[in-house]
Design a protein around this ligand. Structure first.
Ligand SMILES: [Zn+2]
Length: 598
């Protein structure tokens, strides 16, 4: 088993850059380009622009507004109405800026991208589109496709996923037994970011009946084109009840995040893509006087305690080829970045280390987890073909790399799971980590001339984390018998939870609150988010019916993130666990009788 050793895995990771012979002729075009060679031009089977209408000096004028354009403030949309073009605030957008973003040489033709259309694809149209792909896939042998119901939104809209595989059935057991990597593609967790949804409809069609179909010999694909249909219907970022599901992947308070958690628990995707869009003007224009330039902003999981090789695979097997694929299409890229609402704060920050987003939570589930944002949440339908093209190109790269590295990924995943499990009872784990300060040259656009405007910014980097608080990693956590809500949420995440069947004693550390921070956390949801604790060693009598969450399991780091109480995102901070006394860090392997919860 030479590849179970870290040294040879490292060598293996370096090794992949060499070109490989491909067993599947249909894949040659797409796959030959995965690493150093850029992807060939994307040629979807959707409507292609006639050659006479391709982008050139004479046609680019058609997409460039002749005068300085200001997008109007959108009138409030009625609930249940088709999604409208988003425009949260007037965006100054000159013809010179627009000219920097010519349309791609292909035209995508989802329902929402039809010429003359004002609304993006409606929920009913998405449902019909997914079913059309099932019908199309059934026309030829070798592909199984189905639309699976995964839940309901807060307003009762069906949440659905399209599954495509070359296995004979779409149930999780069949797919897991076949051993091929599964890719989960999710778009529009934020309802007012439409390009991801349109792009995943294109990808669905290309997999079911187009150029990407041969990839299904190597991978399974799950597509959730619109994770937040209520938000999309009212053109708002959050879910219907006001919670931002994008930060709900550990707590699982929303049915929308629960649906994705259930899907992930059952199908155990090797790779997860979370597609978003970002605002071009907004706070950056106010702070730096520039419009944002990059067609795509990308970041993989950067939570604390992630296995090193997972990050390495995300960087080398996914991000670098992704950059090459986008570049080959003339699309620009940068790390994902954001800035605070405080106009005096000029720090620009990469996506953080908190275990709340799909990006970080799926990393803690040992998946290669990628956030991909296209440019344009605040510019209505401007550049929509280019925005969709950016996401289609990026997702194609991810699918292609997964297909090509299926064998490598099949080795990486069990290695990582074993490594995480083996860490129980050992060493230190990071409870809270900060990004590290750096300088970064960030290119923006002059809002009038459209010229590049390079700015040196204070940049908080997520590529190196500074541990703020670390603790001995316990063997597991005891939870009181009343902690059923926490036990249920952990199980929904895929964490193994045991129940005490015969009372026994455990050696452990209990938590005691020492103080509360006077300055509340920014955007903290939980009432207990500011508690500071100390630990006290003792022997606990664990009664029948109480719970035990062992850390010697593949999702041990995820359980740690949920159960150490003194963080902003913990189950205690957010009152999923009622009190500090309901959790004990178990510091020696327990010798009592458990049953595993189903
Ligand atoms: Zn978003």
């Amino acid at each position: 088993m030479p590849r179970s050793q870290p040294a040879s895995l490292l060598g293996h990771l370096r090794f992949w850059v060499r070109a490989r012979a491909l067993a599947l002729p249909g894949l040659t075009l797409l796959m030959a380009a995965c690493t150093s060679v850029p992807l060939p031009p994307w040629t979807p089977t959707a409507v292609r622009q006639p050659s006479s209408a391709r982008i050139g000096p004479e046609t680019s004028a058609k997409v460039v507004p002749p005068v300085v354009q200001v997008f109007p403030v959108a009138s409030p949309a009625t609930i249940g109405a088709p999604p409208v073009a988003p425009a949260d605030q007037p965006t100054p957008y000159s013809a010179a800026v627009a000219a920097r973003f010519p349309a791609p040489s292909v035209v995508y033709s989802t329902p929402g991208l039809q010429a003359g259309r004002a609304a993006f694809t409606t929920q009913a149209e998405i449902r019909a589109w997914l079913r059309d792909q099932v019908t199309a896939a059934a026309r030829s042998a070798g592909i199984t496709a189905a639309v699976l119901s995964i839940g309901e939104s807060q307003r009762g809209e069906p949440l659905e996923t399209l599954i495509l595989t070359s296995a004979t059935s779409t149930d999780p057991a069949t797919l897991l037994a076949a051993g091929k990597p599964t890719v989960l593609l999710v778009a529009q967790q934020h309802g007012n970011e439409p390009a991801g949804s349109e792009a995943l409809l294109v990808i669905a069609s290309e997999l079911a009946q187009g150029l990407l179909r041969p990839m299904l010999q190597s991978i399974n694909v799950l597509i959730v084109p619109r994770a937040n249909p209520d938000g999309a219907a009212s053109n708002q970022r959050a879910t219907a009840g006001g919670l931002d599901m994008s930060h709900d992947h550990l707590l699982l308070d929303t049915p929308e995040a629960q649906a994705l958690a259930r899907l992930t628990r059952d199908y155990q995707p090797t790779v997860v893509v979370d597609a978003h869009e970002y605002a071009v003007a907004g706070r950056f224009l106010q702070k730096f006087g520039g419009l944002q330039k990059f067609d795509a902003r990308l970041e993989y999981a950067t939570a604390a305690n992630l296995p090193e090789f997972l990050t390495k695979a995300a960087e080398e097997w996914y991000r670098r080829p992704l950059l090459a694929a986008l570049k080959a299409q003339g699309l620009s890229t940068e790390w994902y970045y954001t800035t605070s609402v405080d106009l005096a704060d000029k720090i620009v920050s990469m996506g953080g280390a908190r275990p709340d987003t799909s990006r970080n939570v799926n990393g803690l589930k040992n998946a290669v987890s990628l956030l991909i944002e296209s440019r344009g949440a605040d510019i209505g339908r401007q550049h929509i073909q280019r925005r969709v093209h950016t996401l289609v190109t990026a997702v194609t790269s991810v699918l292609s790399n997964t297909a090509q590295r299926a064998g490598d990924l099949a080795q990486l995943r069990p290695y990582i799971e074993k490594e995480v499990s083996a860490e129980a009872c050992r060493g230190q784990a990071v409870v809270d980590a900060a990004l590290t300060p750096a300088q970064h040259e960030l290119v923006m656009l002059d809002p009038v001339t459209g010229a590049d405007k390079s700015i040196m910014v204070d940049w908080d980097s997520a590529l190196v984390l500074e541990p703020l608080k670390a603790r001995a990693r316990p063997c597991g956590y005891w939870l009181s018998a009343g902690s059923t809500k926490a036990a249920d949420r952990l199980r929904l995440l895929g964490v193994k939870v045991l129940r005490v069947v015969e009372p026994g004693s455990l050696l452990g550390d209990s938590y005691h609150e020492t103080s509360r921070a006077t300055e509340p956390h920014q955007d903290a949801r939980g009432a207990n988010a500011d508690a500071h604790v100390s630990l006290m060693r003792g022997v606990l009598d664990a009664p029948r019916g109480s719970f035990y969450v062992p850390l010697n399991q593949p999702l041990g780091n995820l359980a740690f993130a949920a159960l150490e109480p003194d963080t902003q995102d913990s189950y205690f901070a957010n009152q999923i666990l009622g009190s500090l006394q309901s959790t004990v860090r178990v510091m020696a392997e327990p010798n009592i009788s458990f049953e595993e919860l189903p």
